[in-house]
Design a protein around this ligand. Structure first.
Ligand SMILES: NC(=O)c1ccc[n+]([C@@H]2O[C@H](COP(=O)([O-])OP(=O)(O)OC[C@H]3O[C@@H](n4cnc5c(N)ncnc54)[C@H](OP(=O)(O)O)[C@@H]3O)[C@@H](O)[C@H]2O)c1
Length: 328
């Protein structure tokens, strides 16, 4: 494994982290035994940067990780998030970034995770009804109290990021970023670099699309992707052609499409630390190897040309899901 620094700190995080959400939330059928084996293998591979949230499986995702953390806590750089008080997949997702709620949420996460301290605590979104200074002020109290080590935001605008960073150093910003979701390039990626903040792309494989193994027609009705525009029949032909072409470029480099997608994300800057999600050892092993894949200018051009050939990829979020993405 290769390592990248967390923000301006000395902490070394695996350049490929592990997104744990899909182990029992949002995607497919949970298999706890395989998920535990995946978490254990992650440590054997040096993948120390684990990502969860209190909302995933209504706390059961944190509880699942606790089963491995029990004996391996010191080996993990543990990130979790607070704020959603109803399922973010539902159109009516509610968010609470108030100081009073943060105090409650952190105690619940610590208990479920079976730990005394969270390494990186994110506000899962920016609460439009609470000044970001108040949210981050309350989060910084948790650092003072030794319950949390570093602070992060998710899907925050650069305006909020700057305001937050002035209250307490923000170490990481986690937002969706992949070959298909490029909004962060406008100003978030350069501002993170300027401020010494790690940028943590979530859904770096476009929720499986860029692996060329996802058949959106076969998704379960309960699968979260069913609620997202990009995974609807209207975009299926475009996205399958795109993923096929992408897999061909990857095969030309003797790698899988998933590996090429991750290598592309990693190539966007040393401050970028993606957290691909999987519940399977097979995929974890494959994803870990992406750190050694180097992309040439010709590779990058071939990828750009392919994306330009298939532009009808569909929006990442519906209108209601977009409401909690901070664009202030
Ligand atoms: N901050 C936020 O609001 C937010 C939102 C979404 C996600 N996240 C975090 O980001 C993490 C990653 O995002 P994500 O899980 O949404 O999307 P992702 O990493 O882009 O894709 C995950 C999907 O790709 C599949 N996959 C993974 N590696 C593969 C490989 N090598 N070959 C084929 N398929 C592969 C997984 O399958 P299996 O499930 O079958 O293994 C899963 O269906 C999450 O786990 C979560 O921790 C945060």
């Amino acid at each position: 494994m290769k390592y990248r620094s967390l923000g301006s700190t000395e902490e070394k995080l695996s350049a490929i982290g592990l997104g744990c959400m899909g182990m029992n939330h949002a995607y497919g059928t949970p298999d706890d035994k395989e998920s535990i084996a995946t978490l254990e293998l992650a440590l054997d591979l040096g993948i120390n940067f684990w990502d969860t949230a209190d909302i995933y499986a209504a706390g059961e995702n944190e509880a699942l990780l606790a089963r491995v953390l029990k004996s391996k806590r010191q080996e993990v750089f543990l990130a979790t998030k607070f704020g959603f008080v109803s399922n973010p997949g539902a159109g009516n997702a509610q968010f609470d970034g108030s100081p009073a709620y943060i105090k409650i949420a952190v105690e619940r996460s610590l208990k479920r995770l079976g730990t005394d301290v969270i390494d990186l605590y994110y506000a899962h979104r920016v609460d439009p009804n609470v000044p970001i200074e108040d949210t981050v002020g309350a989060m910084s109290e948790l650092v003072k109290a030794g319950k949390v080590r570093y602070l992060g935001l998710s899907e925050a605008s650069v305006t909020s990021l700057r305001k937050a960073h002035a209250v307490h150093p923000i170490s990481a910003l986690q937002s969706e970023y992949s070959l298909l979701t490029r909004e962060a390039e406008n100003n978030v990626l350069p501002v993170c670099k300027e401020l010494g903040i790690s940028f943590v792309p979530f859904s770096p494989l476009a929720r499986g699309l860029m692996t060329n193994t996802l058949d959106v027609s076969k998704l379960d009705d309960s699968d979260f992707r069913k609620s997202l525009p990009r995974y609807q029949e209207a975009y299926k032909a475009n996205n399958e052609n795109l993923a096929n072409g992408f897999a061909e470029i990857a095969a030309g480099k003797n790698h899988s499409a998933a590996q090429l997608a991750l290598a592309w994300v990693l190539a966007q800057g040393e401050h970028v630390i993606p957290i691909p999600g999987t519940k399977r050892r097979k995929y974890l092993l494959e994803n870990a190897d992406a750190v050694d894949l180097q992309l040439s200018d010709d590779d990058l051009k071939a990828i750009d040309d392919l994306l330009a050939t298939y532009p009808n990829t569909g929006a990442r979020y519906s209108e209601s899901q977009n409401k909690l993405v901070d664009r202030t």
